[in-house]
Write a new protein. Sequence first.
Lengths: 351, 271
Amino acid sequence: MTLATRFTLRRGAFESTIDLEVGDDEVVAILGPNGAGKSTLIRVIAGLEAVDTGVVRIDDHVLDDPASSVFVDAAERGVGVVFQDHLLFDHLSVEDNVAFGLRARGVGRRESRERIGDVLRRFDLLDLATRAPRTLSGGQSQRVALARALVTSPQVLLLDEPLAALDVSTRREVRRELRHHLAEYGGSTILVTHDPLDAYTLADRIVVLENGTITQMGRIDEITTRPRTRYVAELVGNNLVIGSARGTTITSDAGVELSVADSWNGPVLATIRPQAVTVSRTPDALTSSRNSWPMRITGFESSGERVRVHLAGPLDLVAEITARAVEALGLQIGDTVSASVKATEIEVYER
Amino acid sequence: MSRQRGRRKAPIAIVIWAALAITFFSLPFIGILVRAPWSDLPDVVTDEAVRRALWLSLRTSLIASLFAGVLGVPLAWVLARIDFPGRRVVRAVATLSMVLPPVVGGVALFTSFGRRGIFGQYLDDWFGIRLPFSTAGVIVAQTFVAMPFLVLAVESAFRQLDLRYEEAAATLGARPFFVFRRVTLPSVRPALVAGFVLAWARALGEFGATITFAGNLPGRTQTMPLATYLALESQPERALLLSLVMIGISFAVLLGLRERWLTTALPEVRA
């Protein structure tokens, strides 16, 4: 079973064009900044928003196709959704929330109670069955929302920022639970998030959405080692140079020349790992590094023993060095330093 | 005074003003309580005519507010949710009877649904229904004046609902009417209760439209307000006691209502 979406949708100044397929038993994470159209994609697949052109279908079953005037209502789609704030019904108990989908399909009260028993057990909700949703913790309410969406065995499951409503301390635990439940679920899953960690731990494949379009799509290692846009590079903590190559020299869009180890021709992308950037106080002519630029320090970000130094100059770089090095060199915001990278540390790939 | 430390102080001028308002409300009731011939109360309460008027009042006002709910909730939903040309006019018509002098409402009802009224004659000819001077006419008059209160309360609640809950219900397989019944309606319950109580109160106190449209027939159309007013002309003492009975019932209902039903007519807006 495959979910296929290929559409264009316009809402005022915003336009989104998407071409995406999600296979059986696959979890695809949609990663992107705010306003990129992530929630719009969810709403299109769920049937809460109609496309302007294109097709949305599950296998051969067309859900939305303006060309042939087909639009299947949300209620008929068999697509489960977990919304950002979970949107549990406050006037219903936890078990009635979970049973809602069955009741909506005409299953009697008693039969639906019986049928949700197994779901309540799997999601560890038996003790909470009679509670009111507003009395639940964030993690508990997320479990209820997930159980409610899965109780009717939808072919497609959509998760819109499922962990965003949680505080940091419970997030890891809930993420682990979610991973377990997604592994059990056999359908196609789309997970919208702006947290790369969610994508790494939960998804098989990552789709990056920026300004309404997919800018990169691939497995996690491809995304991290070969980012295609600055947003992705920043997200995975890598430096990206966009330019064109002639031989062993790359000229960036801003006109900076970099020496690389292998010969290339044409438009290329290049990554420089922050750990590969050396920071020194004085420009040193006698170094094996082929690339050296004067840079101004614009900021520090520390994580444990390591410090990420943000540098602005001919090209913007992030260098990752040890806290001791920062101290030894007496680095401060506004200082001018020399940043150098060995040609062999620059990873070049086709644009 | 340590208990109040850190609390925001109430502006004294507003409290005095509020006390003035509640005094204004209380004085008329104190007047009745003082002047009422209490020793005659048991006789009046057990009086057959009074019991019939009271029973008629309770019955008709409850049925009228039920009608107001059954007809008013869909109307409120349409006004809140469907954007159609002339919506403002429809809303004005729906609430007109709230603003009109009730007597005018009664005259309008009589001209339309009276036995010679432009619609009333067909009701009589085709179905044998005669509203004027009947208990059904009392209920029609009360529904006519009471429904706007419910419509306004419920419409504003419908407007403030977070539509995403209805979307969530739809993705769970709920069709529009199921969504309405199981999600939308329960979410506006406080407004529904408040609207129902307001409508009931208005129906219970109805006088002008009732006497104009349905007349003043003891046991059929003579409700408590009518009985009280007529008693005032011949037996003022009795009118006081009848008023006392009405005050007692209304006060008991208001006390019995959970406060939140009246104060949270609007559901909390969910972010």
